[in-house]
Design a protein around this ligand. Structure first.
Ligand code: SF4
Ligand code: SF4
Length: 322
């Protein structure tokens, strides 16, 4: 897929005071293992403040339908928590309970589900208070591929926020179901201060791609993540190797099509780990200018419907042979 007429990567937003580099805040080049920092904390500090200007620009220039979905999504978030039923369903078999929860999640509308332990180092930004839950259910919701083929046009941006809203509503329903079994559960959709990707990788939903997004075997990167944290005892999943590293080693689709050249061809040291990393300073303003861009995730070969399983099979077989 080729992006249709992406806007030129010209300067999209004129800062009054150029902010401190987002790459520095993200810990690019830092050899120590330290927790991630928020680019735009709730209490903006002076050095981070100008990113608020960029985010304001993003919100002020978005179309009315996109804005409406955002507002409705925020309204939806009031159902993330709720009363836990007084009578508890005891769990003798965590494996069966995990299977049951996954079936329930799919019935509610999720396209992929994985379970892992809720670990502070996977969920929290620097200085955040721990969440009082034992398990993280990681949930993926597919975006409509036909609409997403229009990236980076506003129709695709609208589909992204629609998917976020749908996944928010579905995660609220799953959390409510778990609470009805007598176990605490809370839904975490976009906009909540929590990291999602590290838990999703642990839960076997996919692997990190060169474009900085998660790649799932069936959905590619054409999906959005949400979490439900809970104490309901469930068997956990393990990380997967579907061959993303092998494909990213030679593929350059995302680097080639990224208009502001934000995607590096080599891994970077980020907070003590060598990994794929996207240049925040380059991506952020183009992303804001185009209501969410998403070119990189849609040109990724894994995102082509039906291609992932075959691709995984081929690269893993090739690796085995060598
Ligand atoms: S989302 Fe960011 S990294 Fe991806 S193509 Fe757009 S500008 Fe590049
Ligand atoms: S487009 Fe290619 S290089 Fe980029 S993440 Fe996908 S497979 Fe990796």
């Amino acid at each position: 897929m080729r992006p249709k007429e992406p806007p030129a990567p010209e300067y999209g937003y004129a800062y009054v005071n150029p902010p401190r580099s987002g790459n520095e805040i993200n810990g690019m080049g830092v050899p120590e293992k330290i927790p991630p920092r928020k680019i735009a904390p709730d209490d903006f500090t002076i050095e981070d403040y100008d990113y608020k200007d960029l985010f304001d620009f993003f919100f002020m220039t978005m179309s009315w339908p996109v804005f409406k979905e955002f507002v409705l999504g925020m309204f939806e978030s009031r159902k993330a928590r709720g009363r836990v039923a007084g009578r508890r369903t005891e769990v003798d078999d965590p494996v069966s309970m995990a299977t049951h929860v996954k079936q329930k999640a799919e019935e509610i509308g999720f396209d992929t589900v994985g379970i892992t332990e809720a670990r502070d180092e996977l969920l929290l930004y620097e200085g955040d208070r721990p969440y009082p839950y034992k398990y993280a259910i990681c949930l993926g919701t597919e975006q409509d591929r036909k609409t997403m083929e229009q990236v980076p046009q506003p129709e695709a941006g609208l589909e992204v926020v629609r998917t976020y809203r749908r996944s928010s509503s579905c995660s609220n329903r799953l959390a409510a179901y778990i609470r009805s079994l007598g176990w605490p559960a809370e839904a975490f959709a976009v906009g909540r201060d929590i990291l999602m990707m590290p838990s999703a990788i642990q839960a076997g939903l996919g692997q990190l791609g060169k474009h900085g997004s998660l790649i799932n075997r069936e959905l590619g990167s054409n999906f959005r993540l949400t979490l439900v944290l809970t104490d309901l005892p469930m068997a956990t999943d393990a990380p997967v190797d579907i061959g993303v590293e092998d494909v990213c080693a030679t593929c350059r689709a995302c680097t080639r099509y990224c208009p502001p050249d934000a995607i590096y061809d080599d891994k970077k040291m980020v907070r003590g780990v060598e990994k794929w990393y996207v240049d925040f300073d380059r991506c952020a303003w183009y992303f804001s200018m185009t209501t969410g861009c998403s070119i990189c995730v849609e040109v990724c070969p894994w995102s082509k419907p039906g291609r992932g399983p075959k691709l995984s099979e081929i690269v893993l077989a090739r690796r085995e042979k060598n």
